[in-house]
Design a protein around this ligand. Structure first.
Ligand code: ADP
Ligand code: ADP
Length: 233
């Protein structure tokens, strides 16, 4: 699904001071592409990402995901729509007291996924991410790369249209990073899911993204195909 920002801003009020985390931004992320956002810490990358699924609501402007205007949804409809937008995180955010299968089942339950189809869905997801043998294992007994695979399986559980990745490989070593990036590419190709990736790692963007926005101080200061952005002097 496409993602369209129109004149979106986000201002935080912090100790009586306004922080312009996102200055007026219009942006179209195309259906089926892998879009990367890069920039230093504090540039506004997470704010922009969290506006897509409305974990943050904008101060002004409109946000569409597919045909749906996110900024016009009731809380109930927003909750339902958000279940079609998967998200993965740097720290994986798995529930430590639950097994791999239970972590995924938790999301399926929350999304009212048909009860009789949950087990089959879990098997399918674990096969997709190459963890079929880890179903009953607890997160503490997984490597970082395996934890992120569970994070990805969980994010895909409810057949999302969009996957948001918040520094998903930043806690991983370079080799593991490569395997996670190729998994994300495969998901994009095979499932047709639009992926938005934020990272401070240039290599990740070069390897993964088709188009890139470079953020600085709450603005996208450059936008283009990945080879254009990185071939500049
Ligand atoms: P303090 O000077 O009181 O330590 P902080 O910078 O830690 O202030 O921020 C206090 C609050 O402001 C945090 O609890 C958080 O809600 C918010 N905040 C500030 N910067 C960020 C950020 N980059 N990401 C998320 N929340 C932030
Ligand atoms: P990035 O992801 O590029 O590191 P962020 O979107 O986290 O950037 O932050 C952009 C700006 O907004 C920073 O100045 C940050 O401190 C501030 N910020 C982010 N979240 C909050 C928050 N909840 N409260 C106050 N300020 C915040």
């Amino acid at each position: 699904m496409s993602i369209v920002f129109k004149d979106v801003t986000k201002t935080y009020l912090h100790k009586g001071k306004e922080i312009n985390a996102l200055r007026p931004t219009s942006l179209t992320i195309h259906e089926g592409e892998i879009f990367g956002l890069i920039g230093f810490s504090g540039a506004g990358k997470s704010t922009l990402l969290r506006l897509i699924n409305m974990l943050e609501s904008p101060t002004s402007g409109t946000i569409h995901v597919g045909d749906v205007e996110m900024t016009a949804l009731s809380n109930k409809d927003l909750r339902i729509k958000r279940q079609k937008i998967g998200m993965i995180f740097q720290q994986f955010n798995l529930i430590e007291s639950k097994t791999v299968a239970e972590n995924i089942n938790f999301v399926l339950k929350a999304a009212d996924y048909p009860k009789d189809k949950r087990d089959g869905r879990i098997d399918e997801l674990l096969e997709l991410v190459g963890l079929s043998d880890k179903k009953t294992v607890y997160p503490k007994n997984l490597s970082g790369g395996q934890k992120q695979r569970v994070g990805i399986a969980r994010a895909l559980a409810n057949d999302p249209d969009v996957l948001l990745s918040d520094e998903a490989t930043s806690a991983l070593d370079p080799d593991t990073t490569k395997t996670i990036l190729s998994l994300l590419k495969r998901i994009n190709k095979e499932l047709g899911i639009t992926i938005v990736v934020i990272t401070h790692e240039m290599e990740v963007i070069k390897e993964l993204a088709e188009r890139v926005g470079v953020m600085s101080d709450g603005e996208i200061i450059e936008l283009g195909d990945v080879y254009q952005i990185f071939s500049q002097p």
